[in-house]
Design a protein around this ligand. Structure first.
Ligand code: NCD
Length: 306
């Protein structure tokens, strides 16, 4: 039985297969419409979510399966003090596969150790968010045609932003990747990622504070919101929240074929005035999230469609 805790759980070859399955699903949806008939996906969300939970549910419904679950800790027995381990043991007898989101780092891993069904980490605190990374990789691959030889700017809350952490882990395995890490000093990428991931693999990167200085030679700009819920005090959040605002003026400095990605939700960091710019692909990105989650569910359940 296989779980997904981090994007590193798949080899580059397995990721290639998953992305081409997602492409096939996008192009031939009817072929997959009954692939999961009789199967159930449980979504166990202890933290708010729109895209991740609903795209998981849409993915399972598109595959002809069913969904069950809860969308807040308050509406589950966590409110009575039940542990994640006990909850997953029980859910293992109700469903065939489970996606879990939890505010604590490592919660999905703990769940997977007690689970009788495949567990997918749908976000664990400020740690990892592997299915957002699968979505990001599919978006870049589909719209840019490659995952190698890219200069990627990651901008915003690089400290608490789990999507950034997972994306860095995944991309370092492709040749010719260079990162520009754009953040205020207090929200830099955690030092364990700089030393154990970037330095350890000799990945070129620069750290900058001003987006204007970085944007000109990027192939991809990955914007993120400041993660309010992970700050220790509101004052710090208020000071940081509007540090970056990507607007038309900044976009004039960017290459004609640079893509702007964002895992969403957006707060103020991307002005709505650039939503119609063809380089702004974040809504398309959310759509790719469904195809890649369909591919992931099929892969973890070991279902092949000819
Ligand atoms: C992200 C998350 O939950 O980490 N959202 C998502 O899943 N698309 C990003 C965020 O909340 O900022």
């Amino acid at each position: 039985m296989r779980h997904l805790m981090s994007p590193m759980d798949f080899s580059v070859e397995e990721l290639d297969e998953l992305l081409s399955l997602a492409n096939d699903i996008e192009n031939n949806p009817a072929k997959y419409a009954h692939a999961c008939a009789g199967k159930k996906l449980a979504t166990c969300f202890y933290e708010p979510s729109t895209r991740t939970r609903l795209s998981f549910e849409a993915a399972m419904l598109n595959l002809g399966g069913n969904v069950l679950g809860f969308h807040s800790a308050d509406s589950s027995s966590a409110a009575k003090g039940e542990s994640v381990s006990d909850t997953i043991r029980v859910i293992s007898s109700y469903a065939d596969i489970c996606a879990i989101r939890h505010p604590k780092e490592g919660a999905a891993l703990v769940a997977s150790q007690k689970s009788g069904i495949p567990v997918i980490n749908a976000g664990d605190g400020g740690h990892q968010h592997p299915t957002q990374t699968l979505t990001d990789l599919l978006t870049i691959y589909s719209l840019k045609g490659r995952l190698n030889n890219l200069k990627i700017g990651l901008c915003g809350d690089l400290k608490f932003g789990r999507t950034v952490h997972s994306l860095i882990h995944a991309l370092i395995r492709y040749p010719g990747i260079e990162f520009v890490l754009v953040s205020p000093e207090e929200l830099r990428v955690p030092s364990y990622i700089r030393t154990d991931v970037l330095d350890a693999h000799q990945i070129p990167y620069h750290e900058m504070e001003k987006l204007e200085d970085a944007i000109g030679d990027l192939d991809i700009l990955y914007m993120t919101r400041v993660q309010r819920e992970r700050f220790f005090n509101e004052e710090d959040y208020v000071r940081m929240k509007d540090f970056y605002i990507l607007d038309k003026a900044k976009m004039t400095l960017a290459k004609e074929d640079m893509l702007v990605l964002h895992p969403l939700p957006r707060v103020n960091e991307i002005s709505v005035e650039i939503d119609d710019d063809p380089r702004a692909v974040y809504f398309k990105q959310a759509q790719y999230g469904v195809y890649v989650r369909m591919a992931l569910i099929l892969t973890l359940l070991g279902i092949q469609v000819d």
